[in-house]
Design a binder for this molecule. Structure first.
Ligand SMILES: C[S@@+](CC[C@H](N)C(=O)[O-])C[C@H]1O[C@@H](n2cnc3c(N)ncnc32)[C@H](O)[C@@H]1O
Length: 223
């Protein structure tokens, strides 16, 4: 067991900037270049500045259903995407090209995956960088349980999101509904009570559980 992160399972590893744990992630990138063809292909695409997709069901839902739906909503101009990694680097130019797209991440290592407009800070400090009611859409996927772990951190972060959203703005929240990644747990975070649940028609609900072993779930709220 990781003594600093007792919520992780035996088969999970914690990497510096809280990436998804996989068996492959424990091998060196150099070794994977020569032994893992799909990794080598992704590395080549990344080096050429091309979009690199993570091949999972939750990512498919996010990229082919949720992003197109959110981007097409009326009056969506200022967008914040929380938490950056190699597979999110192209999100601004691919899915939110006509928007004023920002990213935020508290890890210095994640900066290279951020948008040209990137804030290097914890989500909990959003108020220091943007005025109230600035954003029309905030997307916080795979951050809760991946660095945003303590109750007071979560309350502050989601409270900041609420205040930085314009009236009628949208908050899309992706999380893994398993004990290892639901550290608070979620139902006890009072900041969510201020939002209204928002049904996303293509998914048929305000909450959508994807067909993944880690139970990745999308929740949708509106201010
Ligand atoms: C799993 S990764 C990538 C998440 C990405 N948004 C996605 O769609 O998969 C989680 C990222 O969230 C960042 N992160 C975790 N807690 C954070 C916080 N409180 N404020 C800002 N960034 C945070 C980590 O540094 C990491 O880069």
């Amino acid at each position: 067991m990781d003594k600093d992160r007792p919520h992780l399972r035996e088969d999970e590893v914690y990497l510096g900037n809280a990436r998804l744990p996989t068996a492959a992630a424990t091998r060196s990138k150099f070794a994977r270049l020569f032994t893992d063809p799909s990794f080598a292909w992704r590395a080549l695409r990344y080096a050429c500045g091309m979009p690199v997709r993570m091949q999972t069901e939750d990512r498919r839902v996010l990229e082919s259903v949720i992003f197109p739906y959110l981007a097409a909503l009326p009056k969506i101009h200022n967008v914040l995407f929380v938490g950056c990694d190699w597979y999110t680097k192209h999100y601004g130019r691919t899915f939110f090209k006509s928007k004023n797209y920002w990213t935020i991440d508290f890890s210095a290592k994640a900066q290279k995956f951020g948008a040209p407009q990137h804030v290097h800070a914890p989500l909990e400090q959003l108020a220091q960088y943007f005025p109230e009611a600035y954003f029309d859409l905030i997307i916080c996927n795979g951050v809760y349980g991946f660095g945003l772990d303590a109750p007071e951190q979560c309350e502050a972060a989601f409270q900041q999101c609420y205040l930085r959203l314009a009236s009628g703005g949208y908050f899309a929240f992706g999380w893994n509904d398993i004990p290892a990644r639901d550290p608070v747990p979620l139902a006890q975070i009072a900041a969510f009570d201020r939002f209204q649940r928002h049904t996303v028609p293509p998914l048929g609900s305000w909450r959508y559980l994807t067909d993944t072993p880690y139970r990745h779930t999308y929740d949708f709220y509106r201010k």
